[in-house]
Design a protein around this ligand. Sequence first.
Ligand SMILES: Cc1ncc(COP(=O)(O)O)c(C=O)c1O
Length: 443
Amino acid sequence: MLDAAKKYSTEICDDEALLEAIADAEARYWEANPNSFSLFQRAKAVMPGGNTRTALHFDPFPVYMAGSDGARLTDVDGHSYIDALGEFSAGLYAHKDPVVIEAAEGALGRGVSNGAPGEPEIQLAEAICERFPAIETVRFCNSGTEANLYALQLARHITGRSKLLAFYGAYHGGVFVFSDTSNPMNAPFDWVFCHYNDIPEVVEAIHEHALDLAAVIIEPMMNNAGSIPADKDFLQAIKDSCDETGVLLIFDEIVTSRFGPGGMQSLHGIYPDLVTLGKYLGAGFSFGAFGGKAKYMTHLDPAKPKALPHAGTFNNNLFTMMAGHAGLTRIFTPERAEKLFEEGEALRERLNTVVRETNAAAQFTGAGSIMNLHFTSGVIRSPNDLQAVPRLPYKLFQLEMLLSGVYLATRGQINMSLAISPEDADEIVEAVQSFFKRWAHLL
Ligand SMILES: Cc1ncc(COP(=O)(O)O)c(C=O)c1O
C-alpha cells in the first residue's frame, strides 16, 4: 500500500500516515471504478493524458459520467453522486431542467444555426442588461476566456495604452492563469501584478503605471484560487484609482454574477466600466459575454468608421441564446438568486461548524453558493495565504468524497446548483463530517 503512496512523496509531506490513508482510499477507488479506468485507458490512446480539459484530470484517473438528472450524476460504474461540482459553477440550473429542455428543443425547431441575427439574441441581451446595472450594452462570444480577451483588447483600444493589471493567483481563463504568472499558455500582454486585498499596493501600482495602463481586471471573489472574496473597500479603492487615472475597470463576473440578482457589482454597489460573463448564463451551452458602458461598447458598432471587429461563428447560436434567456428569466429569477445566496451562506456555516467540532485546522471560505475547503485555520485574504498549505489532504478529501457519493472539484470546491435540496445539503454535510471525524488527526 505504501508503494502506491510513493508517487505523492515528491510533495512536501513527512506524514507517512497521510500517504497511507491516500493509498488506502485510492485502492478502494480503483476497485469501485473499473469501467472508468477502462475508458481512461481508451482516452489515453487518442488524447494527451486522456484529457481535453485540464481541470477534469486527477490521479489515479477521473470518474467518467454516463448521465445526470437534477442534482445527481451517474457514473459508468453505476454509482450515483450528488453533483457538488456544479460544472465549476456553469451548472447552476442543474441537469434536465424542463425549462432548458424546452428552450433547446425550440432552438432545434428553428434550425439551430441560421447564419443570421434573430430575436433570441436580443431577448438574452435585454435580460442581461436589465439584471446587471454596469452592463448598458453587451456582446456575446463562446467562453469566459474569450470574453476576457475581448474586454481587455477593447480597453487597450479605447485608452490607447498597452499594460494590464491583474492579481497574483487569479484565473481569468485558459490564457490568463496567474497562479503561475510565467505560464507559457498565457496571452502575451504586458502585465502588472498586485496582491489581492492589498489596497496600498494596488493604488500605488495604478497611479505608477497610469500613463501606460489600459485596464485592471479583477474577480470580486477569486474563484479558482479558492473562493476568496474581495473586501468592499479594496474594490472601491481600485474603482476610485481607476476613475482618477482613466484606467478602465473590468469586473470578471463569470462566476460571481450568480451572487444575488445583479451579481457582486450590485451586492457591493460598485459598478465597473466593463463586465465579463460566462458559465451558467448559457444554461449549459457554450457561453461568454462582455458588456459595460455604452460609450465604450460603441467602439464595436460595425456602422461606425474604424469599428473594432468582433467575430465568432457561434456568438449568437440559438441553443445558448434561447436556453440562456429562458434560464435567466424563468429559472434564475431575482428572487431565486437571493434565496440561493442565503442557502449557500447557510451551508457554508454548517460545514464550518462541522469542521470546528473536530478541531481540524481547516475552514470553508466563499460567498453564497460557492465555497472552498482549505486545510488551514489561518486568515485567508489572498492566494499568498495559501502558499504554505499542504496539498495532500485535498487528495484524500476528494477521494473520500467520491467514495461517499459526493462529486466535487479536486481543489475542494463546492458549487451549489439550484437543484441541491435540503436533503442533498444534509448529505454533503454528513460526508464532510465523517471525513473530518475519521481523518482530522492526520490533517
Ligand atoms: C473567473 C473566471 N474567468 C474566466 C473563466 C474562463 O471561462 P471559460 O472556461 O468559459 O473560458 C473562468 C472559468 O473557470 C473563471 O472561473
